[in-house]
Design a protein around this ligand. Sequence first.
Ligand SMILES: Nc1ncnc2c1ncn2[C@@H]1O[C@H](COP(=O)(O)OP(=O)(O)OP(=O)(O)O)[C@@H](O)[C@H]1O
Ligand SMILES: [Mg+2]
Length: 234
Amino acid sequence: MELIDSGHSGNEPSTVLRAVSLVRSFRMGSSEIEVLRGMSLEISRSERIFLCGDSGAGKSTLLYTLAGLERPDSGSVEINGRSLYSLSATQQTKFRNEKIGYVFQNYFLLPDLTALENVCLPALIKGSGGGRLRAEELLEQVGLSDRLNHRPAELSGGEQQRVAIARSLINDPQILFADEPTGNLDSSTGGELMEMLMHLVTEKEKTLIVVTHDSKLASLGDRQLTLADGRIRA
Ligand SMILES: Nc1ncnc2c1ncn2[C@@H]1O[C@H](COP(=O)(O)OP(=O)(O)OP(=O)(O)O)[C@@H](O)[C@H]1O
Ligand SMILES: [Mg+2]
C-alpha cells in the first residue's frame, strides 16, 4: 500500500492545504507569547500566496507549522486531505521530503557540504536518481554555475540564499514555502528569482507560499495575506 498519494492525479481536490484553528504560543520564563491565536487558512492548487506582517508577527512560525516542521499547540493542517500532524514522525519526514520545498529564512545550509552537495541532499534522501545533474541545472538557473564547489562560509549571503532556493526545488515539490527568499538579494536578482519561481508554479501547477516584506513583490501574487495579532487579515 502506498503511504502518501503521489501527485497530480485528476482526482485531487482543488484545496491543497487546509489549516484549521491553529494555536501556537511560546513560554519564556513567566510570560507567554501567543503567536498564532486560532488561525485558519485554505489554499488552492496553483495559488501564489504572499504573506506579509510586521517583524515578530509570527510569519516564520506559521510557515513552519503549515509545512509540518513545528507542531501547533492545537489545530490541524491538512495537505491533499491528509492530516499532517496525525502522521508518524517517519511518515511526516517522507511526506515533507517528497511534497514540500522549503526556503528557510536563515537558509540552514549544511556547512561542511558544498553548494552542489547541499542541493543534492534531499534527492539523495529521497533515493531518486539524477540528483546531481538536476542540482547542477538548478544552480545554473539561480546563477551559481561557478560556485558549485564552494562551501556556505565561502559564499555571500545572497549566494547562500540562492543555493537554498535551488535545494528547495530539487525534489520537484508540490508546495513551495519560501521565507523571505529574496531578502538578501539586490532587487534585480531578487526579481529574476521570483519570476522564476512564479513561472514554475504556473507551468507545473504548484502552490507557492512566500513571506515577504516587499509590498511590490507581494502584489504579484494571487492573494496577499497579512498576519497581525495572531490572525490572518486578507
Ligand atoms: N522558539 C521560540 N521560543 C520563544 N519565542 C519564540 C520562538 N520562536 C518564535 N518566537 C517568538 O514568536 C514571535 C514570532 O516569531 P516569528 O519568527 O514567527 O516572527 P516573524 O513574523 O517571522 O518575524 P520576522 O519578520 O522578523 O522574521 C516572536 O516574537 C518571537 O520572539
Ligand atoms: Mg520570520
